[in-house]
Design a protein around this ligand. Structure first.
Ligand SMILES: O=P(O)(O)O[C@@H]1[C@@H](OP(=O)(O)O)[C@H](OP(=O)(O)O)[C@H](O)[C@H](OP(=O)(O)O)[C@H]1OP(=O)(O)O
Ligand SMILES: Nc1ncnc2c1ncn2[C@@H]1O[C@H](COP(=O)(O)OP(=O)(O)OP(=O)(O)O)[C@@H](O)[C@H]1O
Length: 348
């Protein structure tokens, strides 16, 4: 059967900047009147987007546009990898879906202009200034909208679970997990140049079998004031456990990852840098929606695999896993007090 043609973004649809990361910018759809009778839409104000007035394909979706980066993997390849490598690992309800959509001509230039204006008006995070959309990218990605703007009372908690198991090449007597060790090393460097330090949870707490540890982790998750409710949701989240087991299965990371092109390493790193979205309705009886996003298969070429090994060596040789630096006295890593004899064996 021939493949269906990719969707096309109608000319008249306007976009509102929502957020961005290092490699992508995320937009909401703002329905505006268009001449094309195929897409009848009515006038709406920002923050109360009438989804019923959007073409059905765009309802409940956001638009993700790719930035120009050193890696520059085309969305077509990202979407193919998502379908062949990521999709089989999770169920449909556990993923922020991705669908290619062809962009109208001139759209990227218009929205690059808007990014410049957002910089001037202070609506773009400073650290993202100077990064713009890739002008040669013909596609955008329609992604599942996890925002709660259109659902009063619903809240969204968002965080990166990071490394849910210890690095396989961490020293056996480590008193820090991979994520806490790296954060503490980066904070040490930040302090030296008077830059802002990062505070976050220990990922091992997130998947702990002790509820109190999960509760401890929620102190660092923005978006949900009801920490106990969030902790209960995470404690019983099968998606979090599945992510952990998929990470374990892609264990060729740290010093053990092959150098150069390797899909196993790419997958291993991708699963350790994705985002978890938790959409919590006000009514405790309504279902909670938990999805994983930003699962673009990382590219292990271009020095990335070497960089990951270099980081691991720095953590080992620099003593960051041991927590022996004077700057590491205050840590909330779940391994910080563990007596060596009780520690779980490091994976082979
Ligand atoms: O190195 P880490 O663990 O700090 O993770 C990087 C992320 O930092 P953060 O999660 O904010 O601490 C970093 O996130 P930000 O750009 O800081 O939001 C990227 O996701 C980076 O991946 P890539 O180089 O864009 O493929 C991530 O780099 P990778 O190590 O996953 O390649
Ligand atoms: N499906 C979604 N629903 C709601 N918000 C989203 C969604 N996807 C992304 N976002 C918001 O946009 C931000 C950037 O998105 P995304 O993670 O895709 O960018 P990125 O450039 O790949 O990030 P990174 O720098 O981590 O590589 C997210 O941190 C989140 O706040």
């Amino acid at each position: 059967m021939p493949k269906p043609a990719p969707l096309e973004l109608p000319e008249g649809v306007r976009l509102e900047y929502l957020a961005e990361g290092g490699a992508n910018v995320i937009y909401r759809f703002v329905a505006t009147p268009v001449k094309d009778a195929k897409w009848p839409v009515s006038n709406v104000t920002i923050n109360s987007i009438e989804h019923s007035s959007l073409p059905p394909e765009l309802r409940g979706k956001l638009l993700r546009l790719r930035k120009e980066t050193t890696v520059n993997t085309p969305y077509k390849e990202i979407a193919q990898n998502f379908n062949s490598v990521i999709r089989p690992l999770f169920s449909q309800e556990e993923l922020v879906d991705q669908t290619l959509i062809r962009l109208p001509e001139g759209l990227i230039h218009r929205y690059n202009e808007q990014l410049r204006l957002l910089e001037i008006s202070g609506r773009r995070p400073k650290k993202r200034h100077g990064g713009y959309l890739a002008v040669n990218e013909p596609f955008g990605l329609l992604i599942t909208d996890m925002t709660a703007f259109d659902e009063p009372g619903t809240i969204l908690a968002e965080f990166k679970p990071k490394w849910l198991t210890q690095s396989p090449s961490a020293p056996a007597l480590a008193r820090r997990c991979r994520t806490c060790a790296l954060r503490e090393m980066k904070n040490h460097e930040a302090r030296e140049v008077a830059a802002k330090e990062q505070r976050s949870f220990c990922p091992l707490d997130l998947v702990s079998e002790h509820y109190e540890h999960v509760f401890r982790a929620t102190a660092f998750i923005a978006g949900c004031n009801d920490r106990a409710r969030l902790a209960h949701i995470l404690y019983s989240s099968s998606t979090l456990r599945k992510l952990q087991s998929r990470q374990k299965a892609s264990g060729k990371v740290g010093l053990y990852g092959p150098t150069g092109i390797s899909q196993t390493t790419s997958l291993g790193m991708t699963l350790r840098d994705c985002t978890m979205f938790v959409k919590i309705p006000r009514d405790e009886k309504s279902p909670v929606e938990i999805r994983l996003g930003d699962l673009d298969l990382k590219c292990s070429t271009g020095g990335k695999a070497e960089y990951w090994k270099y980081i691991e060596l720095q953590l080992i040789d620099g003593g960051w896993y041991h927590g022996s630096h004077s700057s590491q006295t205050l840590s909330n890593c779940s391994l910080r007090n563990t007596p060596a004899t009780n520690r779980a064996p490091v994976q082979p």
